[in-house]
Design a protein around this ligand. Structure first.
Ligand code: 5GP
Length: 205
């Protein structure tokens, strides 16, 4: 069985990654979205086990002790981590898996999975980003300042990704992401093992 593709989706908070991903899911079936663990408080409307696995710091540390994480980071004073159990089995079953993670986490994962596809979603301008963050209503003035500063730091890393999607329009961005996934699934590097088996196998001659 051909393994699934590991897809990393990053971008500053407020760039619209979550909305784009929701549209990608509607357009592309063979996709498992990894649900991360976090110690931050749920925002209005966020559901445990759907948007995140919400844990206490002690629970998070225990998961780390059990070697349950593919990667984990501290962001804005909270811990975030990708569970191996959300990723490895799905890839082995041929499912493509999306990780919605920050830049540090992305490079950590790329070190372990060099064939992973990395996509950076960014806003068309910093003003747009500021308005989106304010619109969330959950941000204090200080939190907003911290997130904008951090956004600039993340955007500086965007050219290290395989792809950049400027999110002017959620539908168009989702189509771009699906096109990237489909193209990557046809790439020679992803099909290396399949081609070797094809060339070696059978009684064709
Ligand atoms: P938020 O609190 O806005 O949901 O997420 C804050 C940042 O943490 C975002 O950049 C998000 O992509 C990132 N993030 C979410 N889950 C993970 C994870 O499992 N690992 C890492 N490294 N970053 C994550």
């Amino acid at each position: 069985m051909k393994k699934g593709l590991l897809i990393i989706l990053s971008g500053p908070s407020g760039a619209g990654k979550g909305s784009v991903l929701a549209e990608v899911k509607k357009r592309y079936d063979n996709l498992a979205v990894s649900v991360s663990v976090t110690t931050r408080q749920p925002r209005a409307g966020e559901i445990d086990g759907v948007h995140y696995h919400f844990k206490t710091v002690d629970e998070f540390i225990e998961l780390g002790r059990q070697d349950a994480f593919l990667e984990n980071e501290c962001n804005y004073g909270n811990y975030y981590g990708t569970l191996k159990s959300e990723v490895i089995d799905n890839l082995n079953r041929g499912k493509d898996v999306v990780l919605e993670i920050d830049v540090k986490g992305a490079f950590n994962v790329l070190g372990k999975y060099p064939d992973a596809v990395s996509i950076f979603v960014c806003p068309s301008s910093m003003d747009v980003l500021k308005e989106r963050l304010k619109g969330r209503g959950s941000e204090t003035a200080e939190a907003l300042r911290v997130r904008l500063t951090s956004a600039i730091g993340e955007i500086k890393q965007a050219t290290r990704y395989g792809y950049v999607v400027v999110n002017n329009d959620i539908q168009e961005s989702a189509e771009d992401v699906v096109s990237i996934i489909k193209a990557e699934k046809c790439s020679a590097k992803i099909n290396r093992e399949f081609i070797e088996n094809l060339a070696n196998g059978g009684n064709a001659l």
